[in-house]
Design a protein around this ligand. Structure first.
Ligand SMILES: C[S@@+](CC[C@H](N)C(=O)[O-])C[C@H]1O[C@@H](n2cnc3c(N)ncnc32)[C@H](O)[C@@H]1O
Length: 249
């Protein structure tokens, strides 16, 4: 999961990589962007990818700086999101001196997902350093609780549809064993790629460790089809979710 990995995904990025801004069901992120846009002037889209969140930020903030280290993705984002109030910048957020950027609100959406903890922490620290004093940050990351809950919801659904409970649970447990690379570290398969998933407390702790004050932890819900192939139409709430933390500097 390095720069080349992300650049290689640049073609049809929004079909190949899940963009929560376009897929959220409960409008948790959209509402937060709107609210913070009324209170603050400038926003940073840290690890903006192909610009999935950038357009929404540009609609609600006076100035937006969108940052990523994958040049091809930045190119896609430039094409996709037009506006005089957006500046795109190529920066590796794990580098210590990576940014002279200062914004009021930093958004970091599904970027703290590398299996190596040090890299994730460096990105979070860069977002912290890039905020004006009194500024806020919004982080979204995959939820480990949601990942595990999916197995339970699927098992209950299949049992209620008449499948044998013991056999169903055994089969799903075997799948889980293949998909969860490290339960202790929260590393699990997403599209055949080892991806960090967070427990609620763990995510908050990481942000506190780099200096943030955590203000709220919310769920950003998305459709079952994102996590289950041939998701049964009947599956409704509870939907799978990412964690969204709002924090201040
Ligand atoms: C899953 S995508 C999320 C993109 C976007 N935030 C969204 O929600 O659609 C992760 C993004 O993080 C970027 N990224 C990962 N590590 C980075 C780093 N060290 N510096 C800058 N960007 C990074 C990748 O290039 C990729 O665009």
């Amino acid at each position: 999961m390095n720069q080349k990995y992300w650049d290689d995904l640049s073609e049809n990025f929004n079909e190949r990589v899940f963009e929560i801004a376009d897929n959220e069901l409960n409008q948790a992120l959209a509402t937060t962007i709107k609210k913070l846009g009324k209170q603050y002037r400038t926003a940073g889209d840290f690890a903006c990818g192909a610009g999935g969140t950038t357009a929404a930020l540009a609609a609600h903030f006076e100035q937006v700086i969108a940052v990523d280290y994958a040049a091809k993705l930045l190119q896609q984002a430039r094409k996709r999101v037009k506006g005089d109030n957006i500046r795109f910048v190529e920066v590796d957020l794990t580098k210590n001196k990576s940014t002279a950027i200062k914004v009021d609100v930093g958004f970091c959406i599904n970027a703290l997902i590398h299996p190596v903890a040090k890299k994730r922490k460096r990105i979070a620290a860069t977002v912290f350093r890039s905020l004006n004093q009194g500024g806020k940050a919004v982080f979204i990351a995959p939820s480990l609780e949601s990942y595990l809950r999916t197995y339970q919801v699927l098992a209950e659904y299949l049992v209620s549809a008449g499948k044998n409970r013991k056999k169903t649970v055994r089969k799903i447990a075997a799948t889980a064993q293949k998909e969860i690379f490290s339960l202790v570290e929260g590393i699990a398969d997403v599209g055949a790629v080892a991806t960090k998933h967070y427990l609620h407390d763990e995510f908050a702790q990481l942000l506190e460790e780099v200096g943030f004050q955590v203000e709220s932890v919310d769920r950003v819900e998305f459709p079952w089809a994102e996590v289950l192939d041939n998701a049964p139409e009947k599956l409704g709430k509870p939907y799978p979710w990412d964690w969204m933390i709002t924090a201040s500097r």
